[in-house]
Design a protein around this ligand. Structure first.
Ligand code: 7PJ
Length: 261
C-alpha cells in the first residue's frame, strides 16, 4: 500500500503533492514501483495535527482519486475518519476505507457497509492532537487486541462483510517507544485474529528513536521492521517507499512460501 498524501502539512512530504498533476505523477510512480493499493489522504494525522473540515478534505482527495481511477490499474484506498469524505472517496473510485479512527465516527460503519468496500481498522489511543503526550497501557498488546476485536465485531454487526476487514495496531498512534517495540515483537498474536494484518511503520518516529535518525534517513530501519512484520504475519504494508518495500516483502515472502511470489 503506497502512501499518497495530498495535504499541505504532512510530516514527511508535506506540500509536495498538493498539485493534482504532481499527485497523479506520483501515483503512476507508486504503481510502477509495485504497489497494489494507493492510500490517498487529505488530512494529516501526525502528532499535533489539527482537524480540517470535510469539505476541504473532499476538495483535496476527490480529483486525485478520480484521476488515479481513470489512469491506473490499482486499488485505491481513502485515508479518512469522516463519513462524508468516505462517501465522496468511494463515489470517486476508492474501494477501501482506511481509517485511523477505526470507523468510530457516527455514520462511518454505515457508509462502509452500504458501499461494500474493504476497510482498514486501526487502533489509536486518544486523538492525533494530543495522543503522544503521555500514552499509557497496563497491557499494550491485550488492550490493542481487545479494541480491534471489539471494533471488528461492531463493523460486522453494522453489515460490513467480515472478509472485507483488515486490522492495524496503529504504530505511533498514542504509543511510546516501548509500546511500539512490544507490539512489533508480539505481532503474531494479531496475525492470529481472523483478519489480515495491516501495518504502517514507514519513516515513523519509532525508527527515529531506535536509530537516532531524521525522517528522511529512516528507509533501512523501516525495511528491517517491515521484514520482521511480514515474517510475523503482516499482509499489507503501508509505506512511502514502495520500490524498496516491495523488494523486501517479496524476498521474505519467497522464504515463507518456499517459492518466488
Ligand atoms: C497509519 C495510517 C498507519 C494505517 C497513518 C504516517 C501517519 N493508516 N495512516 N496505519 N499512519 N492503517 O503515515 O506516519 O500506521 S498517517
Amino acid at each position: 500500500m503506497g502512501i499518497l498524501n495530498v495535504t499541505p502539512d504532512s510530516f514527511s512530504d508535506g506540500g509536495r503533492y498538493a498539485a493534482l498533476d504532481a499527485a497523479l505523477e506520483r501515483a503512476r510512480q507508486i504503481v510502477a514501483e509495485g504497489a497494489t493499493i494507493i492510500d490517498v489522504g487529505g488530512q494529516s494525522t501526525r502528532p499535533g495535527a489539527f482537524a480540517v473540515d470535510a469539505s476541504v478534505e473532499i476538495a483535496r482527495v476527490v480529483p486525485v482519486i478520480e484521476g488515479i481511477a481513470a489512469s491506473c490499474d490499482v486499488a485505491i484506498s481513502i485515508d479518512t475518519s469522516k463519513p462524508r469524505v468516505m462517501q465522496a472517496g468511494v463515489a470517486a473510485g476508492a474501494c477501501i476505507i482506511n481509517d485511523v479512527y477505526a470507523l468510530r465516527e457516527p455514520g462511518a460503519r454505515a457508509v462502509a457497509a452500504e458501499s461494500q468496500v474493504g476497510v482498514g481498522l486501526m487502533h489509536m489511543q486518544g486523538e492525533p492532537r494530543t495522543m503522544q503526550d503521555s500514552p499509557h497501557y497496563n497491557d499494550v498488546v491485550g488492550e490493542v487486541l481487545e479494541f480491534l476485536e471489539h471494533e471488528r465485531r461492531a463493523c460486522i454487526e453494522a453489515g460490513v462483510a467480515s472478509e472485507a476487514i483488515a486490522i492495524d495496531p496503529g504504530f505511533g498512534f498514542g504509543k511510546n517507544l516501548e509500546h511500539n517495540l512490544t507490539l512489533l515483537r508480539e505481532l503474531p498474536r494479531f496475525a492470529a485474529l481472523q483478519s489480515p494484518l495491516l501495518i504502517g511503520v514507514s519513516r515513523k518516529s519509532v525508527i527515529g528513536k531506535i536509530l537516532g535518525k531524521k525522517v528522511n534517513d529512516r528507509l533501512y530501519g523501516g525495511l528491517g521492521l517491515t521484514a520482521l512484520a511480514v515474517a510475523n504475519g503482516a499482509r499489507i504494508i503501508r509505506t512511502h517507499d514502495v520500490g524498496p518495500t516491495v523488494d523486501a516483502v517479496r524476498s521474505v515472502s519467497a522464504v515463507l512460501q518456499g517459492s518466488v511470489p
